[in-house]
Every structure is written in C-alpha cells, then in structure tokens.
Design a protein around this ligand. Structure first.
Ligand SMILES: *Cc1c(COP(=O)(O)O)cnc(C)c1O
Length: 388
C-alpha cells in the first residue's frame, strides 16, 4: 500500500487513542447490560461505568455529575440547548444572540428558530475573530433569553473570552450557552468561574469515539429549564431519552481523562510545532495568519495564501498532507467559509486558505515534511500562473 498522507485535520476529527479503545472493549460483549436495568448485575456494572465517566466529565468542567446529559455529539447538544431553551423560555422572550463564526450546529438551529418567530442577532466578530464585548452587551434586550458563543473556533482556532461573556450574561440575567466541542481537554474550562449555564461537548475531537457527546445543564443559580427534544424512556432526567451507549460513554470518559492529564504538556508541544510550521510558511510572500495570533488552540494554524487557486493547492497537497481548506466547496462553485468571510476577508483571498489541525500524534518530522511540501507546492503553482 502506498504511504498515506500525513493527517493534519484534527479539527474535523481525531484518531481514537488506543488506550481509549482498550477501555471501551469490555463494554461491547462482556459488560453489555443496559445501565437503566436496576434489578441485576448486568445493569449495575454498566451503570457504574457510566457514573464514572459522568464524574470525569463533571470534574473536567467543574460542574456536578447530575448536570451532565449524554447526547450523540455536540450537534445534538447544541440543538438541545438552543431549541430546548427557546421552547422553555419563549413566554419570557424570543430573542437569542450568537456570533457569525459559530459552527453550523449552532447557526442552523438559530435559523430554524427564526422560522418559528424567534429573533436572532448574529453578531459580527473583530478582525482577529474575537467577539466585541461592548457590542454583545449592547445587543442584550429585555426579551433576550440566550447568548450562545463557542469556546474555540473549529476553523481558525480562536478562543473566545468565556469568563467575560459569562459575566455580562450573568449581570443581565441571560442564559449563556457555549459550544466547547473543540475546547474540552485542550484548554482549561470552568463553568463556575466562567458563568456558563449550558456547554456542549463531544468525544471525537479529543481522541475519543464518534457518536457520543454531552450537554452540561446548570441546575442551581440559576436552574436552567430545558424542553426535551427526544421523548421516550425518560433517561437523563427525561431530557434525552434513549438507551445510554455504554461503550461510547466509557470511551468519552477515558478520552477526557487522558486529555486532561496531558493538556499542559501537549498544549506546549503542539503550539511549538504549530509555531514552527508558521515560522517556515511565513517566509513566503503573500501568506497571512487567520485569527488572533495568541488566543487560539495550540494545534491550530489557519492561513490564507495570495495568488494561488485554492482547489489547485489542495489538489497539489493531497498526496502529502490531509488538511482542510477554508472554503466550502460545492460541486460547481467554491465559496469562502462563513468564518473567514466574517473576519472581513475579500473573497479572492479567502479562496486559498488552509487549516492545519495538529494533534497528539503529530511529530516534528511530519511538520518538517508538510512545511516543505506546502512551500514548494505554492511556489510551483505561482510560477505556473506567471507562465500563463
Ligand atoms: C465538530 C464540531 C461540532 C459537531 O460535533 P459532533 O459531535 O460531530 O456533532 C460542533 N461544534 C464544533 C465547534 C465542532 O468543532
């Protein structure tokens, strides 16, 4: 088999850590019981495993275990929090605030709520991708029920000032939801210190399995009311019915446990590698860093390249490195991503953008190879254009 390209797309998903798989395996065939079965040991041992994972997640964000609701991922957690709050609080108000650079799993539930008569303010961000706190405070009205701002962006890696946002929301008694899919076990999160009322999490961006996530829902000061979106067996305090997926939950817990253990050392290692990659790439002319240079995830580098066609660049790199472009390619047209557009990019500049997502298994040698190949590919594409 020919060598596969180097994987630098860790914001899309991460490979599962073998230690996570090890932890999960017994829960498929041996400890297969339904955690809701209360009358025998099969149920009890699964319930104990779920409890342990719930405690790990709660410790990771400083909440109580009973405030964690397991879901199928961050998409479901975002839908549950946004639609669930909208439905539970619509008598109090029908206005929601979010930002333009959110993941579609936040933007689309908001667009959906607009069709039901809710009003949503999609705030612009500053050039560096960070929210403007004054603008946020001014946007809050008496009828505002929810502010939703992500912890870390999935394209440009920018880390939003959650504690400052939380304080503003708290002062105005508006609920604060944060999509922390990219942030959990990568940067410190503390829902008490940050005044977060709802937080979406997922396992597969931190070397855990796909198809499992969680929503933190505050139960005290204030107690968040939420309308369930899935009805049935009444699991997860009635907020999310459906048999708990024990192996995935165990894997989620293990992944977060490992992520927390290694957060500091890996954060340092990955940001050094990322800075090394940028140092080399920035020797090229007409290459720009997207997003705040410091307030970003350790493993994220997002660049825009002038005078190069975006799809030609990806094509030229695809045998060397698996990366993502900053553009959403449909069958016929390439449009710049909504995140880069929100930073105020002109369309042509946003066309040739690359998102490098480094991770736990990225090595120095890989970064060397990727930077050399990226530089030479850009140079040869530019020369070819000049010759035309
Ligand atoms: C990946 C991601 C999601 C979607 O998470 P799933 O668990 O795949 O549903 C939502 N928000 C952000 C910021 C993400 O990076």
């Amino acid at each position: 088999m020919s060598q596969r390209p180097i994987y630098l797309d860790c914001h899309a998903t991460t490979p599962m850590d073998k230690r996570v798989l090890e932890a999960m395996l017994p829960y498929f065939t041996q400890h297969f019981g339904n955690p809701s079965s209360i009358s025998h040991i099969y149920g009890w041992e699964s319930e104990a495993a779920v409890k342990k994972a719930r405690e790990t997640l709660a410790n990771a964000i400083n909440c109580r275990p009973e405030e964690i609701i397991f879901t199928s991922g961050a998409t479901e957690a975002n839908n549950l929090s946004i639609k669930g709050v909208a439905e539970a609080y619509y008598n109090q108000g029908q206005h929601i605030i979010t930002i333009q650079t959110e993941h579609r799993a936040v933007l689309d539930p908001c667009h959906y709520l607009e069709t039901l008569g809710f009003e949503v303010s999609f705030l612009s961000v500053q050039k560096d991708g960070l929210i403007d706190l004054d603008q946020l405070e001014k946007a809050i009205r008496p009828e505002t029920i929810l502010v939703s701002v992500m912890a870390a962006n999935n394209e440009i890696g920018v880390v939003q000032p959650l504690a400052e946002i939380g304080k503003i929301c708290h002062d105005h008694q508006v609920l604060f939801h944060s999509d922390a899919a990219q942030a959990i076990a990568k940067i410190p999160l503390d829902v008490q210190q940050m005044n977060v009322d709802l937080m979406s999490l997922t396992a597969h961006k931190v070397y855990g399995p796909k198809g499992i996530g969680a929503l933190y829902v505050r139960r005290r000061d204030p107690r968040v009311r939420l309308a369930a979106q899935l009805h049935g067996g009444g699991q997860e305090r009635g907020l999310r019915s459906g048999t708990l997926y024990t192996p995935q939950i165990v894997g989620f817990g293990k992944a977060v446990e490992l992520g927390l253990e290694e957060m500091e050392s890996e954060g340092k290692r990955q940001s050094q590698l990322r800075d090394r990659l940028w140092k080399q790439l920035s020797q090229l002319e007409g290459i720009y860093l997207n997003g705040h240079p410091k307030k970003r995830l350790p493993g994220n580098l997002n660049v825009s390249v002038e005078k190069v066609d975006g799809s030609a660049l990806l094509l030229g790199l695809q045998s060397v490195v698996a990366v993502s472009s900053g553009s959403a390619c449909s069958s016929t047209v390439t449009t710049p991503s909504h995140v880069l557009t929100a930073l105020g990019h002109q369309e042509s500049l946003a066309y040739a953008s690359l998102r490098f997502g480094l991770g736990r298994f990225t090595t120095t040698e890989q970064i060397e190879q990727v930077s050399q190949s990226t530089i030479s590919t850009i140079q040869s594409l530019r020369q070819a254009t000049v010759r035309l």
